[in-house]
Design a protein around this ligand. Sequence first.
Ligand code: C2E
Ligand code: MG
Ligand code: MG
Ligand code: MG
Length: 295
Amino acid sequence: AAELRGAGKWVLFEESMSKLRDQRLQLDIDLRTAVKREEFEVFYQSRVHLDTGAICGFEALVRWNHPTRGQVSPLEFIPIAEESGIIHDIGLWVLERACEQTQLWRKQYNLAEDFEVSVNLSPQQCKEPNLVSSVTEILQRTGLPASSLNLELTESLLMEDIDQAKAVLHALKRLGIGLKIDDFGTGYSCLKYLCQFPFDSLKIDRSFTKELDQDSVEIEEIVRTIVQMAGNLKMEVVAEGVENAAHVSRLRELGCKYGQGFLFSRPVNAAAAERMLGPKRGQEKHRIGGPTIEA
Ligand code: C2E
Ligand code: MG
Ligand code: MG
Ligand code: MG
């Protein structure tokens, strides 16, 4: 009987494995039409100055409104898109959308001089020979100054072909685009190589921020060290996953200047993001007597 039960479990396991494979395959197929059918949407999450709470930029995060499955997480479909190569189309679509939208906001609102939109760039996209010219064209078409664009890359995959990735990143840097290391502290990359890339900022991974309100001396020392190292390398530091006031005060004590997280805002659609930007140019007077939104 025990053997039978074991065999039954095995069959169930096999069934669920093949179900997973089928789902993945189906998502892969659906992804190919999703671009044409405009099923993607760009959401925006604010990045703020931890000292003042003022918004200094947005991170663009793609959302997929699947016709039958509803919203599918990028954590689920980006890896599939990377594997099949469709990430190139999706990535450029997100980039163009985010640049176009940000340029419109720059015209409509009094944004800070250094206001930036950050777009995630899959390291896979660095392997596309036309990446730099595609990015150049998008900046020209949308009119967004290169200095208002930032690209976020995770460290790990960059190390697969260091020379090629270096060449691409230096070319993007020459255009005037800012470059960020995303999820810093979770990869396995060699600091010595990482320093050869022209990054100008880094994002401390959410897993560090999360432990800052738990009196973990070790985590605090790691964060302090990252902030100091970044400062010595003339890099800005953004903390990911800021969820409460304790995170903010610890991060400020540790010298971290910028933060991003649910405490300030979840990623939201463009209409909701816009409401965080304050009054439109020429409409400032309507604020008198109304609620003030400054922190
Ligand atoms: P990421 O670039 O590290 O983005 C941050 C993720 O953390 C986002 O998840 C965001 O919603 C979430 N997050 C932000 N603040 C908090 C917080 O306070 N607490 C918690 N628990 N989570 C927070 P999301 O939007 O699901 O994106 C997941 C990942 O998918 C991104 O991680 C990025 O690697 C990838 N991704 C998203 N959009 C794109 C894209 O357009 N292109 C590429 N290549 N990758 C993308
Ligand atoms: Mg990111
Ligand atoms: Mg990140
Ligand atoms: Mg992260």
